[in-house]
Design a protein around this ligand. Structure first.
Ligand SMILES: [Zn+2]
Length: 262
């Protein structure tokens, strides 16, 4: 089995979705091929870290809005229903009650669906970005917890870029910006929003800056946007089909300065 084929199958291998024959072939390959073995080990380690991060809950406000909507319907029904306490039951009241009940059920379903739909539309757009921001902050923090934030330590862009070429889905343009006060210290692979991404690591005085890069799906370039997570500044932008996310405890102004240089 060739490396390329093995790497295509690594995800399914990890998830135990391969046929016994394919599984045997991949096992044999990763046992004999260090670089594929390393990728598998990386993915497994990252998968375990992500599992420990847990999953997100729907916002508490959603439950409150659903309950408020149902409460409003109940009140409307109570207001429109005939005052039946002690009243003589009219022959048509059984039919009326059924009709009201049917309307209430339909109305309640509409209300819940509309609240859910609004929530879904509003959050799914921001959720993608939110999810990425959370993963970027987590990846940055993970890198600081390691003995070294880089897997290839080099200030030479001609070393770092080819290092990515064999490991990430694309080889980003990596620049050494030592002359501008942002020395390149190396590169690393990381895992953001379920994809393997390249991280170029820079320093500014004592601050470590991770610049995560992956091919962008957006057709147009986007202006840099600053965000803060867990006390770290995150600056994101896209240019020439590449999405960039820079993470650091460096101040936002200097992070923007790096953005202009990249
Ligand atoms: Zn291989």
């Amino acid at each position: 089995m060739q490396c390329e084929r093995a790497r295509d199958l690594l995800g399914a291998y990890r998830d135990k979705e391969l046929s016994p024959d394919e599984r045997r072939a991949v096992t044999q390959h990763v046992e004999g091929c260090k670089s594929c073995g390393d990728i598998l080990a990386d993915d497994e380690r990252i998968g375990r870290s992500l599992q420990r991060l847990g999953r997100s809950q729907p916002p508490p406000a959603l439950g409150a809005r659903v309950r408020a909507g149902l409460q409003r319907i109940e009140e409307e029904v109570a207001a429109s229903a005939p005052a039946n306490a002690g009243a003589r039951v009219a022959p048509s009241s059984g039919w009326n009650t059924m009709r009201v009940a049917r309307n209430v059920a339909a109305l309640a379903a509409c209300c819940v669906l509309s609240v859910l739909a609004t929530w879904w539309v509003m959050t799914s757009a921001s959720q993608g970005i939110d999810r990425i921001a959370r993963d970027v902050a987590a990846a940055h923090i993970r890198s600081l917890l390691q003995d070294s934030p880089v897997q290839v330590a080099s200030s030479d862009q001609h070393t770092v870029r080819p290092w990515f070429a064999g490991r990430a889905d694309f080889a980003p343009d990596v620049k050494d910006l030592a002359q501008d006060g942002f020395p390149l210290i190396g590169g690393r692979l990381d895992y953001i929003a379920e994809r393997r991404v390249a991280a170029a690591v820079y320093k500014r005085r004592l601050h470590v800056i991770n610049v995560f890069m992956w091919p962008s799906t957006a057709t147009a370039d986007s202006a840099p946007q600053i965000d803060t997570r867990n006390g770290y500044n995150l600056l994101s932008w896209s240019r020439n089909g590449v999405a960039y996310w820079a993470a650091s405890d460096l101040n936002a102004d200097e992070l923007r300065q790096l953005q202009r240089l990249l």
